[in-house]
Design a protein around this ligand. Structure first.
Ligand SMILES: [Zn+2]
Length: 413
């Protein structure tokens, strides 16, 4: 059965979209598209791999200032922050996109624009989110719309990879006044992410005495073999399909290329595992660490001389979490998507976006930006489709207004 938006949320959207000032803001976004794309291309050309977002942040900060945002600054963590103050009586909303990209500093950033497509690494993920945030502010300004709640406008750092959503984590943890969070990650308007897949990535270091591959044979256990035993056990683990639960050994390293006749004293592996529920994630975590413990004991017992031990360092730890399918903010996002012409928006059962951190902090939260699935995201072939792109901005604007509240309608939260 099709997803039902409650009468209350639908009525709020209907009221809002009937207001001439709101219509003006929405049509401004369409007319403003070229201006927004110009900023998007400029920002995409500034290299910003995770942990190296400073330059992009400084430029985005100038853009925030140019739109008249208050209190513009880079926070202690590197997030680019501005404030659009409300008139009071609404809900304080965070509206953010992440500034970092997956591309290393030496990646060639070059824009090609043809046939309605713009190609450049990072042009969508998530430079588009950053300018969607900007577009929202420009449209509100152009139409003279005041929200009741404050809107905190942020470009976040450290979303991707080893960043593990830490810029967002820092921001939401340091802003207890927040009452809702709208993330934009991507270029579309066709769906909503409102659940958090739990993610853990652990680096395991197996240690032993090590020695000569021939002379010490039989005298020492082998940390590389212990890692091998662990991987064999992990590869046989069974996990549920629903809730989706996954595991992968993603890195493996032992010894050195210059000493290939040595029992290494250390072997490292990285294992990544995920689940859409905290219960399954915890069950899987236990199984993985049981496998690692058993592998060490078996390798130790096999030779009966020295002991293989292991140490664990977490590289990424994001808890799983979710919200009700009919949380008002989720309904607001669905209603806005339908209003913009998408009959059946995607409701994702999972998510690995900054929204995870907002959910972790207990906020009503969504991540927008869902476009047509593009396999080129995170590759150097990344591309942005120009036609109708302003609709992603319109969805962000409507959801933000529905959450913050305006003189025309109360916050739906
Ligand atoms: Zn992203």
């Amino acid at each position: 059965m099709a997803y039902q938006v409650s009468q209350r949320v639908q009525a709020a959207l209907d009221t809002l979209t009937a207001v001439p000032q709101i219509q003006e803001a929405l049509s401004f976004m369409e007319k403003d598209q070229e201006e927004i794309i110009a900023r998007q291309m400029e920002l995409a050309l500034i290299p910003a791999p995770t942990y190296h977002e400073e330059k992009k942040a400084l430029r985005l900060l100038e853009m925030f200032r140019a739109e008249g945002l208050e209190n513009c600054h880079i926070d202690e963590y590197g997030n680019c922050v501005g404030l659009r103050r409300g008139t009071g009586g609404g809900k304080t909303v965070l509206l953010e996109g992440h500034m970092d990209t997956v591309f290393p500093l030496d990646t060639e950033l070059k824009i090609t624009r043809e046939d309605g497509w713009i190609r450049c690494p990072g042009i969508v993920d998530d430079t588009r989110g950053c300018v969607t945030v900007l577009s929202t502010v420009r449209a509100l300004n152009a139409a003279g719309i005041r929200t009741r709640g404050d809107i905190q406008v942020v470009g976040t750092v450290q979303e991707e990879g080893m960043g593990a959503l830490k810029g967002m984590k820092y921001y939401v943890n340091h802003h207890p006044e927040l009452e809702a969070s709208v993330s934009v990650d991507g270029d579309g308007f066709r769906g909503v992410i409102y659940r958090a897949t739990g993610i853990q990535t652990a680096e395991i270091t197996f240690r032993g005495k090590g020695g000569h591959a021939y002379i010490a044979f039989g005298e020492v256990a082998n940390p590389a073999h212990a890692a091998g035993r662990a991987i064999a056990k992990i590869s046989n683990l069974e996990v549920p399909r629903d809730p989706k639960t996954t595991f992968a050994v993603t890195c493996l390293h032992a010894g050195a290329d210059s000493s290939v006749h040595v029992v290494p004293s250390e072997a490292k592996m990285v294992v990544n595992f995920r689940s859409n529920t905290p219960e399954e994630l915890e069950k899987l975590r236990e199984k993985i660490f049981n496998a690692i413990g058993e592998a060490c004991r078996e390798e130790t017992a096999f030779w009966g001389k020295d002991e293989i031990t292991y140490e664990c360092k977490y590289l990424c730890d994001v808890p799983a979490g979710g919200q009700d399918d009919h949380a008002p903010i989720v309904e607001a996002a669905v209603a806005a998507s339908r209003f913009l012409g998408c009959a059946e928006p995607n409701l994702y059962p999972d998510g690995c976006t900054n929204c995870n951190r907002a959910i972790e902090a207990g906020l009503p939260a969504v991540c927008l930006g869902d476009g047509d699935y593009d396999p080129h995201i995170h590759s150097t072939e990344e591309r942005f489709r120009e036609e109708g792109a302003y609709k992603g901005c319109q969805q962000a604007l409507l959801v933000t207004l529905l959450c913050a509240g305006t003189e025309f309608q109360d916050s739906v939260l």
